[in-house]
Each structure stands twice: as C-alpha cells, then as structure tokens.
Design a protein around this ligand. Structure first.
Ligand code: XMP
Ligand code: MG
Length: 183
C-alpha cells in the first residue's frame, strides 16, 4: 500500500519507500562483507520484521538461510516490559551459527535484550542485531546494535511491517498516524 492510498490516516511520512530501500541495500552489502566465510543465519522476530526480512534478504549479494521466532512481551499499550514469552521458537539448532537478528524497531530494547540473551545461551558462534529503526530510549539499555537503518524520534510509527492494532503493516513507507485514527 502506498501513502496516497492512506486517505488522511497518515499525519507525516518519516521515511519514503526509496529511502528505506536505499538504506537496506547499503546494510545488505555491509552485512555480506562482514559475514564472509561465516555461517550466517538470519533470525526474524514475528510479525513486525516480516517486511524488513523480505527486502533485506533479497538485497544480499548472495544467499543465506532464515529462521523465525515469535515472542509476546507483556506490557501495557505500546510499551514493553521486558518480560517475554516464546510463542514460536526457532525451527533449527543454532549451535555454532553466526546469528543475525533482524528487527523492525528497537524502542526500549527490553524485548531484544531478552531475545539476545536467550539465543546466546544456545551456544551460537555469534549474535548480532540488525534493525531498520531505532528510537532514542534504547540508550537506557546496554544493547549493542551492529546494524541500524535509521535513528528516528520518539514517536509511534507505522508501516513497513509496523502496525497499529495489526493494521498499516503493508504500508510501503514509515510514518505517523493522524490523531483521529486513535480516537
Ligand atoms: P522494546 O521497547 O522492547 O519494544 O524495544 C520493541 C517492540 O515494541 C513495538 N514498538 C512499536 N511498534 N510502532 C510500532 O508499530 C512503534 O513506533 C513502536 N515502538 C515500539 C514493536 O512491536 C517492537 O518490536
Ligand atoms: Mg506491534
């Protein structure tokens, strides 16, 4: 879905489809270079990372396997608590693999630091993180993020996999919603 089909639901476009694709191409080149000779496994976190994963993996100059995890983070409204439950675990054993977690957004970083620790306990060769978007609050948690698409302001955004009440994930750009949508 393009922003012109959004009616007046979108208040502002933060990142256009072109900006996102250009940045993902850069990240894919960098990742491919960094993982040369390694056993790269892309691990996506459902559902938000679906769109990032689809475009990032196709931007890679070569092929790499992927796996998925689904977690539920207990929290109220749009804030996560860091208390996480696994809804769907990885299909495969990651022992000895070079795991790259692919995420849509890091806000507080609580969910991701839990996932990272959980994956690290399975004895992979390495665990790194790639996120399309990062919000400023993440500095409060000590979580190293190797690949960041864009640092964005502390606003609730939708599109490109990110939802509001499960909607707007199919929007090709990233933007903020107009106040009337929340009403
Ligand atoms: P933490 O705070 O643990 O949470 O890093 C990350 C998760 O929170 C959701 N999230 C958002 N979802 N627009 C969204 O659609 C946002 O602006 C936003 N900020 C945080 C998201 O599920 C992410 O994985
Ligand atoms: Mg969500």
């Amino acid at each position: 879905m393009d922003s012109e089909h959004m009616g007046d639901d979108l208040a502002k476009v933060l990142l256009t489809e072109e900006q996102i694709q250009a940045r993902l191409s850069e990240l894919a080149e960098q990742i491919w270079h960094d993982y040369e000779g390694k056993d790269l496994l892309l691990v996506g976190v459902l559902k938000g990372a679906v769109v990032v994963m689809a475009d990032l993996m196709r931007a890679l100059p070569g092929t790499a396997p992927m796996d998925w995890m689904a977690v539920s983070s207990y929290g109220s409204g749009t804030k996560s608590s860091g208390v996480v439950r696994i809804l769907k675990d990885l299909d495969a054993d990651i022992t000895g693999k070079d795991v790259l977690i692919v995420e849509d957004i890091i806000d507080s970083g609580l969910t991701l630091s839990w996932i990272r620790a959980n994956l690290e306990s399975r004895k992979p060769a390495s665990v790194e993180i790639c996120t399309l978007l990062r919000k400023p609050d993440v500095v409060k948690v000590d979580i190293p993020v190797k690949y960041v698409g864009f640092d964005i302001p502390n606003e609730f955004v939708v599109g490109y996999g990110l939802d509001y009440a499960e909607r707007y994930r199919n929007l090709r750009c990233v933007g903020t919603l107009a106040p009337h949508v929340y009403a």
